[in-house]
Ligand binder design. Sequence first.
Ligand SMILES: *[C@@H]1O[C@H](CO)[C@@H](O)[C@H](O)[C@H]1NC(C)=O
Ligand SMILES: *[C@@H]1O[C@H](CO)[C@@H](O)[C@H](O)[C@H]1NC(C)=O
Ligand SMILES: *[C@@H]1O[C@H](CO)[C@@H](O)[C@H](O)[C@H]1NC(C)=O
Ligand SMILES: *[C@@H]1O[C@H](CO)[C@@H](O)[C@H](O)[C@H]1NC(C)=O
Ligand SMILES: *[C@@H]1O[C@H](CO)[C@@H](O)[C@H](O)[C@H]1NC(C)=O
Length: 411
Amino acid sequence: MKPVRSVVAGIAAVLMALVLLGSSPQADAHNITRILAKHPEYSTFNHYLTLTHLAVEINRRLTITVLAVDNSAMSDLLAKHLSLGTIKNVLSLHILVDYFGAKKLHQLTDRTTSTSTLFQASGAAPGTAGYVNITDLKGGKVAFGSTETGDLNAMFVKSVDERPYNISVLQISQVLTSPEAEAPTAAPSDLNLTAILTKQGCKAFADLITSSGAGHTFQENIDGGLTVFCPPDSVVNAFMPKYKNLTAAQKASLILYHGVPVYQSLQGMKSSNGVMNTLATDGANKYDFTIQNDGEEVTLKTKVTTATITGTVIDQDPLIVFKVDKVLQPRELFKASEAEEAEAPAPKATKKKKKSTDDSDAEADSPDAYSPDGEPSDLTEEDKDGAAGLVAGGRLLAGVVLSLCLSVAML
Ligand SMILES: *[C@@H]1O[C@H](CO)[C@@H](O)[C@H](O)[C@H]1NC(C)=O
Ligand SMILES: *[C@@H]1O[C@H](CO)[C@@H](O)[C@H](O)[C@H]1NC(C)=O
Ligand SMILES: *[C@@H]1O[C@H](CO)[C@@H](O)[C@H](O)[C@H]1NC(C)=O
Ligand SMILES: *[C@@H]1O[C@H](CO)[C@@H](O)[C@H](O)[C@H]1NC(C)=O
Ligand SMILES: *[C@@H]1O[C@H](CO)[C@@H](O)[C@H](O)[C@H]1NC(C)=O
């Protein structure tokens, strides 16, 4: 029932503005970009939170403190001519994964504490380099510094915005000095995707990237941002009979289907459901899939397969690689279930049931759907944004929002 789909796409395009106004999943959450936009003295800091994608991480966190610095302190940092990846590490040291209002700074047990940051959470911080020491000095001053260096080089200036206990934005006098955070990160062009995959338990998939001739396309997309989904060796090996059946061009498309030409963090994916274009997308050949969240779980739904993200292989902005539990099978190459073609609205009251772990696990919206291999599908949708009544499935609309965000991000 393809016409339904194209009508939906058409309506969705028309309703884009409405959706943007109405059903953002983040509508009630904080938005650091917007908070800082009210204070032009932090515009450089704000700009770099966006460039480094840290803004997305901050918005996703429910309890967070941002140590902002003004434009002159930021120019001292920029004068060091660090790479964007390094600046990200430095700024992530300024994002405390706990809530500190101005008042709490003066109520610390023993007048000092060491608190974890997004630099720690990134996994890039050795030792205690990802912790910030806050010390309430005599005379009412509060000092901040990297716990690793013990050098309390920055002073609390003022509270910028406090929303207990969601987000607190405090100004500090200087960028926190940290040799570990300022250590050079690999330049994007130095990242060798197939070498990384091979080292991280995705050798079979890396070999297919090379043998299919798709390696060059993956590699040249890294600079501009690239998200790769890699099934583990056992899954790839089990898929080989099907893979061998494809023509050379189809093989390349299947492999390219596992790459998305934008850096998309896990937090970013958790905060938005939607349609993703891939490296295989080419005009009439859509080769897209839908990201769908259910609590902490992120799934990738093609019309044939539903794969779950099971881990992060590498997160080195602009390259991020996730491990998925299945080979993503595009409808352009593999038979889709008829229920999926129908794109029927989900029964709203039905709770999502336990997911099948079988490779042939087909997505389906209606209870009587069947998968290509005759296995009854047990997946139903639980509408989260209430937009499902509008057109066939709120996630399609949400998808338009994400696609829009992606196209903006790719500019
Ligand atoms: C946050 O606010 C900025 C500026 O108003 C806006 O461009 C951006 O889309 C917002 N982000 C979210 C997730 O709502
Ligand atoms: C923070 O640093 C100060 C000065 O180096 C030190 O005295 C204090 O013990 C540190 N606090 C913590 C919690 O590590
Ligand atoms: C904190 O976040 C929750 C959930 O998003 C919201 O209901 C609450 O109003 C927020 N509190 C403040 C002070 O912004
Ligand atoms: C990446 O590493 C592999 C060996 O793992 C090598 O064969 C290939 O030439 C490298 N590619 C680039 C672009 O450096
Ligand atoms: C390979 O293709 C043939 C012909 O289309 C089909 O009969 C066979 O089932 C396929 N094998 C696999 C493993 O998909």
